[in-house]
Design a protein around this ligand. Structure first.
Ligand SMILES: *Cc1c(COP(=O)(O)O)cnc(C)c1O
Length: 387
């Protein structure tokens, strides 16, 4: 059996007619850059996130950058985030002219550890960007409380967490601004590059809208120095088809995660499974396990026909381009351990139980071959005792 890490084809096949109808609407009204199809998506996505506004932009990276610019963050300012994120989080901070300041993550969720914020703070700290890594929201209440006390803004990097919830609040709705990516592989993915900023602050929404459109207050009147950061009409048409299906797709991911966990729980002492906080709805953009010998395990899985991923092999502070950040007094032992040990198992809504069972039996077999202690188990996950 071959199990891909991600299969985007199945949803394209299943919804092809609806996509084509959506494209036809864009062609018919030639709304290629903005227009009614984009407005419909922005309204639907704001409602989905429980915010008063959503502003479609060109990518998740751009969403983060424009959110920072909307807060007037720039040279001389500092913005706190984590080292184990996709590099775009730090990139966006860099390109405002502000200085990224990193804090380590907690060892259970791999998300920003609120206990690290105080030591990272200086009078120049303007914002903190928690990343809802792998689809699990960061522990937002202590982050929000600390930020409010320090008059620091909170921008959520919810690029991996469309539809996730923290204590019943939607990801993206808790900070001053929430940023989403609709890169094709994300839980809500376009057919190219797209992103969105959500907020319930009317003034910030207005600034993001202007910034993504050359700083215009009306056509050819530029009140701010802006940028071209608009979402294409064709991408909005795709997202309008997929958004109503996002909850079902996330539910499928959650069921796959539960099957993985049921199959693997307790099977090998050196294998650490994802741990879901009791107060969140994790949407499993990534099902991330940890294990020593990760690199050999990745190869062994490939030999067994299972494509796995690594998110991410090098934390930001050890990337060549970001050496200038230096580590100063700070160290990031958890982020570094995760970068050495994390392995992402195949995850997409259309995954079958048979594929999941094959991934699990392949993983246990590979661990055994690599010399680790593994309990003997039947290959059918539904026979495992519930953890
Ligand atoms: C994907 C991603 C981004 C960037 O989004 P793009 O749409 O690819 O620009 C930012 N942050 C995180 C955590 C991501 O996973």
């Amino acid at each position: 059996m071959n199990v891909p890490f991600l299969d985007l084809r199945q949803q394209v096949v299943a919804l092809r007619e609806e996509f084509e109808q959506g494209f036809a609407e864009v062609l018919d009204n030639t709304a290629f850059a903005g227009g009614p199809v984009n407005i419909r998506f922005e309204e639907a996505f704001a409602a989905y996130c429980g915010t008063s506004e959503a502003i479609g932009v060109g990518s998740g990276t751009e969403a983060l950058w424009l959110a920072l610019l909307a807060l007037d963050i720039g040279p001389g300012d500092e913005v706190i985030t984590v080292p184990n994120t996709f590099v775009a989080t730090v990139e966006a901070i860099h390109f405002t002219g502000a200085t990224p300041v990193l804090v380590d993550v907690d060892p259970v969720s791999y998300n920003l550890d609120p206990a690290g914020l105080e030591a990272a703070w200086t009078p120049r700290t303007r914002a903190v960007i928690p990343v809802h890594l792998y689809g699990q929201p960061a522990d937002m209440d202590p982050i929000l409380a600390w930020a409010a006390e320090k008059s620091v803004s909170v921008i959520e990097d919810a690029a991996q967490a469309q539809g996730a919830r923290y204590r019943d609040r939607p990801a993206g709705s808790m900070g001053q601004l929430g940023c989403f990516s609709f890169y094709p592989g994300k839980n809500l993915g376009a057919f190219g590059e797209a992103g969105a900023v959500v907020t319930s602050d009317a003034e910030l929404a207005k600034r993001v809208r202007m910034l993504r459109d050359h700083g215009q207050s009306r056509k050819y009147y530029h009140d701010l120095i802006g940028w071209n950061g608009r979402m294409d009409g064709l991408q909005a048409a795709v997202l309008n088809v997929k958004l109503p299906r996002l909850d079902a797709a996330n539910e499928a991911r959650r069921q796959h995660a539960a099957r993985y966990s049921q199959c693997l729980e307790g099977a090998a002492p050196q294998l650490i499974l994802p741990r879901e906080r009791a107060d969140v709805r994790h949407v499993y953009h990534v099902y991330a396990v940890r294990c020593p010998e990760r690199d050999r395990l990745l190869d062994a899985m490939r030999e067994r026909g299972v494509a796995c991923g690594i998110h991410y092999p090098v934390p930001v502070h050890l990337q060549k381009a970001y050496q200038y950040l230096g580590q100063g007094e700070r160290s990031f032992p958890i982020a570094e351990a995760v970068s050495r040990e994390e392995l992402s198992l195949p995850m997409f809504p259309e995954l079958t139980d048979e594929q999941i069972d094959y991934v699990c039996s392949s993983l246990l077999d590979a661990l055994k071959v690599l010399g680790m202690t593994v309990e003997d188990r039947p290959a059918d996950c539904s026979n495992q005792p519930t953890a």
